[in-house]
Design a protein around this ligand. Structure first.
Ligand code: NOJ
Length: 572
């Protein structure tokens, strides 16, 4: 039999891999499940809930940092890479959790935060002591320039990216908080330390890494100024995709990952399509995939994230399609609407009021049917929403608190405006306790949680949804099952339909003779959609949809936030 061109292309260019077929679930340990009543989630809490994840059907857990840390940025400021934060538990409890996950066939991925350490890490404690300290060159130190900071780079969390240290009368670089000094990756000893530590965790049995802001590790030696943003500083992303980043990641591949069966995903802020092709090339010289953030800026106001502007769906389609088509056959996409740095997607891109359930399922459909590895952020599978925070004292995130102070202080926004933007965009929206049940504190803890519980937990919680067949949770289960059942969901090529339609997101997936049609209504209007010419009604079946009584017609009627996945039955 002569193979079709598509099939041949697919065979040659898209190699089958377990990490392409997997669904990853992100746990933010502080807010997942507290087992000891101190109001802070912990490792035993996670172990307790592994059966929940098994039931959902995910294959891999990505664990946000659990290492020892003073907690300036909730664990993304690490003071010991080989120790567990006391609030979260012990190394024995970690080992038990890892084993319990493996027993259930679930892999575990660690968060690797090595663009920076905590300022309380022993390396930095040494480094700041004197200019000739053996650890001095582990970090990036510069003298003042004309009596001021060495350049105009801003920290991601407001203000300058430079902190003056009077011990040696020099500045150190921190692209994040001043308690997160940037490591100097040009120093081979730093790289040795990082690789040793990674090998140590892999030898322990973990299955891979999500690499925090890995696109920022290589800085241009001349540290050039960048274009200033609304607060007067250049973006923290200025050093993205620096001169040696690919060389270092290839070295990491050789010295750590080669010969091991791991999954790696690089958080690549500031990544372009061309760069992503290098980071995540399918010959696996660097990483398996990257997180790109272009679609997370779709509702930014220019380069400023602090706004409550709603996205234009055409922009979202354009961005997603650019990445779907751009990496096709060359590199692999990771798919996400949410993580611990983003607000809740149902509040942002859906409708968390009248069409809460429909829109949460619609968003899930739209994302999980694309090509790439889907990531579910804890609570997304329940349609957890943004949080009605009161005043600034309700927020815990340093990014939100610093931005509030800086931008209201500079008079860029009034306090009321800034609170409105925070309620819409703050990272804390994703960090309130997981809503397990309608019990006190949403069943997250027996003690008062470290951050407020979303008051809607009586309506939105796991216990209720696990018992109800048409819940968002059960819909996610079904999407995951479909992915396991049909190769086309993983490997099919993506093509956008109706690029200029402002309300419908429609696309096809094609694999050899097979084809899927995905149509998602992103708004509250009822819309018509005509089946493409090469689709015959008699040979069209519904794979999944978010309304009960959908029937395929030549002229499809899509109700508010309706999503359908149709399968061509019997070839093209
Ligand atoms: C990206 C992480 O996702 C975020 O939570 C953190 O604040 C910064 N990197 C700094 O590590």
């Amino acid at each position: 039999m002569v193979e079709s061109v598509e099939k041949k292309w697919w065979k040659e260019s898209v190699e089958k891999k377990w990490w392409k077929e997997s669904v990853v679930y992100q746990i933010y340990p502080r807010s997942f499940k507290d087992s000891n009543g101190d109001g802070i989630g912990d490792l035993n809490g996670i172990t307790e809930k592994l059966d929940y994840l098994k039931e959902l059907g995910v294959d891999v857990i990505w664990l946000s940092p659990v290492y020892q840390s003073p907690g300036d940025d909730n664990g993304y400021d690490i003071s010991d890479y080989r120790a567990i934060l006391e609030e979260f538990g012990t190394m024995e409890e970690f080992d038990r959790m890892l084993q319990a996950a493996h027993e259930r066939g679930i892999r575990l991925v660690m968060d690797l935060v090595v663009n920076h350490t905590s300022d309380e890490h022993p390396w930095f404690v040494e480094s700041r002591k004197s200019k000739d300290n053996p650890y001095r060159n582990y970090y990036i130190w510069r003298p003042a320039k004309e009596g001021k900071e060495p350049n105009n780079w801003g920290s991601c969390f407001s203000g300058s990216a430079w902190e003056y240290d009077d011990t040696t009368d020099m500045y150190y670089l921190h692209l994040f908080s001043k308690k997160q000094p940037d490591l100097n990756w040009d120093n081979p000893r730093v790289r040795d330390e990082v690789y040793d530590m990674m090998n140590w965790w892999l030898d322990k049995g973990v299955d891979g890494f999500r690499m925090d802001v890995i696109s920022l590790i290589s800085k241009k030696p001349e540290l050039p100024d960048g274009k200033p943003g609304i607060n007067g500083y250049a973006s923290f992303n200025e050093p993205a995709n620096g001169p040696h980043v690919h060389e270092y990641l290839q070295e990491m591949r050789r010295r750590v990952l080669e010969g091991r069966d791991t999954i790696t995903v690089g958080e690549c802020s500031g990544v372009t399509l061309e760069e992503a092709k290098k980071y995540a090339r399918s010959d696996e010289k660097e990483l398996n995939m990257v997180f790109q953030f272009e679609h997370m800026d779709v509702d930014a106001d220019g380069t400023n994230k602090w706004s409550d502007k709603k996205m234009d769906l055409r922009d979202l389609k354009h961005i997603m399609t650019k990445w779907q088509k751009g990496l096709e056959g060359i590199a692999w996409n990771s798919l996400f609407w949410e993580n611990h740095d983003q607000p809740r997607s149902v509040s942002r891109f859906g409708n968390d009021a009248e069409y809460w359930e429909e829109s949460a399922k619609m968003l899930a459909t739209c994302l999980h049917m694309m090509q790439g590895t889907p990531y579910i952020y804890q609570g997304e599978e329940l349609g957890m929403t943004n949080v009605p925070f009161g005043d600034i004292s309700d927020f815990r995130d340093l990014d939100s608190i610093n931005a509030y102070r800086e931008l209201t202080g500079q008079g860029v926004f009034t306090p009321e405006e800034m609170l409105r933007y925070l309620r819409y965009k703050s990272r804390d929206n994703a960090r309130t306790p997981f809503q397990w049940s309608d019990e006190k504190y949403a069943g997250f803890s027996s003690g008062e949680p470290w951050i407020m519980v979303n008051p809607n937990y009586k309506k939105i919680n796991a216990r209720e949804q696990m018992m109800r067949e048409d819940s968002i949770f059960c819909y996610y289960q079904k999407l995951i099952r479909i992915r396991k059942q049909y190769d086309i969901v993983v490997y099919g090529t993506y093509d956008l339909l109706l690029p200029e339609d402002p309300e419908l997101y429609a696309y096809t997936r094609t694999l050899g003779e097979e084809q899927l049609l995905i149509v998602c209504n992103f708004y509250g209007n009822t819309r018509m959609f005509t089946l493409p010419d090469n689709w015959e009604l008699g040979k069209t079946e519904l794979m999944i949809g978010n309304y009960k009584d959908f029937k395929p017609e030549k002229e499809l009627v899509l109700r508010p936030y309706e999503a359908v996945v149709l399968r061509k039955n019997g070839g093209k």
